[in-house]
Design a protein around this ligand. Structure first.
Ligand SMILES: NC(=O)c1ccc[n+]([C@@H]2O[C@H](COP(=O)([O-])OP(=O)(O)OC[C@H]3O[C@@H](n4cnc5c(N)ncnc54)[C@H](OP(=O)(O)O)[C@@H]3O)[C@@H](O)[C@H]2O)c1
Length: 336
């Protein structure tokens, strides 16, 4: 398979058409296997994936150290092709609680210094605050990253879950390569205002939750036991009647997938890929098996009849339940 590339906006680098999101290798989806996680990163690099996404708060530095270890163990050529996208800003404690966000310039520089050490690199390719800090003007947060760019510690500036007005203000401060935001068949909120804004400004979208955290992967079963630290144990879309409703949508999608001889996950990823060359899905695979399935989506072509059938099976507002619990929805600048 040859890996297609896409551009991270008009100012960012060329990256593989699919990025690897490493969050689930450390946190939020229950236990992960360290050796298999590292093998998955290596397999992704081997297949031509260049973009690796992480956050310094994914298990309090664990995810960055894991990626650092995987890169050190990879052949030099593979290590050099990796572009690291890092989120910062979330405040945690030793119990794993979430205590808000910090986008003050001094905090930005502090977060970056620690990330460089944990990752074992001399620069971060794309650096972004995970959630807009409501107490700090975005110009100040982005301005601090711009200073890191000037010093060579960061190459490009990204955003995460920012709304249209914030995106404009950020782009007026410094060049922005991409907005990281949830986008999938069942999370289409960005289509109304955010996507037209990024497109106008030449900013790419790195899409997460493309499989809605496994919900629309075709593998998620209603009787799956989730640990209390699993995000899905608290996500409205995975609860009771909402879950039944959402899994019925997956069955409608499965009929289309079977008709094309591909998997449900591949249809869901291919659909996001089909929405525009400016969109790069981040795939949350944490095993080589899931990674291989996700990469197979690059070979899936959706013609107008397929797209119409998918739209009929899963209309834009079909999902039951919000994409985050209420308290976390309040942190989303993109939902204002
Ligand atoms: N900016 C933000 O606010 C934000 C928020 C969340 C995530 N992210 C980033 O985006 C990345 C992707 O997000 P996500 O993990 O929620 O995405 P996702 O791809 O929607 O969900 C990943 C989960 O789907 C399941 N799955 C089933 N089949 C799969 C397949 N073939 N390939 C991949 N996963 C499959 C896996 O769960 P099981 O392994 O349990 O089966 C996996 O943990 C994250 O790793 C993180 O880097 C960013």
């Amino acid at each position: 398979m040859t890996m297609n590339t896409r551009s991270l906006g008009t100012t960012g680098p060329q990256v593989s058409a699919l990025g690897l999101g490493c969050m689930g290798m450390s946190a939020l989806y229950g236990e992960a296997d360290r050796a298999e996680s590292i093998a998955t990163i290596h397999a992704a690099l081997e297949a031509g994936v260049t973009l690796l996404d992480t956050g310094d708060f994914y298990a309090m530095g664990h995810n960055e150290m894991l990626i650092g270890e995987a890169l050190r163990a990879a052949p030099a050529a593979r290590r050099e092709q990796a572009l690291l996208s890092v989120k910062f800003g979330a405040l945690r404690d030793a119990d794993g609680n979430w205590n808000g966000y910090d986008g003050r310039p001094a905090a930005v520089k502090n977060f970056a210094a620690y990330s460089l050490q944990r990752l074992g690199v001399d620069h971060i390719d794309v650096y972004r605050i995970a959630r807009v800090d409501p107490d700090v003007p975005i110009e100040e947060t982005v301005g601090a990253i711009a200073e890191l760019v000037e010093k060579g510690y960061v190459r490009h500036i990204g955003l995460s879950e920012a709304g249209a007005d914030t995106i404009r203000r950020a782009a007026a401060t410094a060049p922005i390569s991409d907005l990281q935001i949830e986008y999938s068949l069942i999370s289409r909120g960005i289509e109304e205002r955010i996507l037209p804004t990024t497109r106008e400004l030449g900013i790419a979208v790195t899409a997460y939750g493309v499989l809605s955290r496994g919900l629309i992967s075709g593998h998620f079963r209603a009787d799956r036991q989730l640990s209390p630290t699993d995000f899905r144990a608290h996500s409205p879309r995975f609860q009771g009647e909402n879950l039944q409703h959402n899994l019925a949508l997956v069955e409608a999608l499965r009929k289309i997938a079977e008709g094309k001889g591909v998997s449900v996950a591949q249809i869901a990823i291919a659909w996001v890929l089909s929405r525009g060359e400016d969109i790069v899905p981040l795939i949350g695979a944490r095993t080589r098996e899931r990674l291989a399935e996700a990469l197979g989506a690059l070979e899936v072509t959706l013609d107008p009849a397929d797209l119409a059938a998918i739209e009929e099976a899963v209309p834009a507002d079909a999902a039951a339940g919000e994409r985050y619990p209420e308290a976390q929805m309040a942190h989303l600048d993109s939902e204002r």
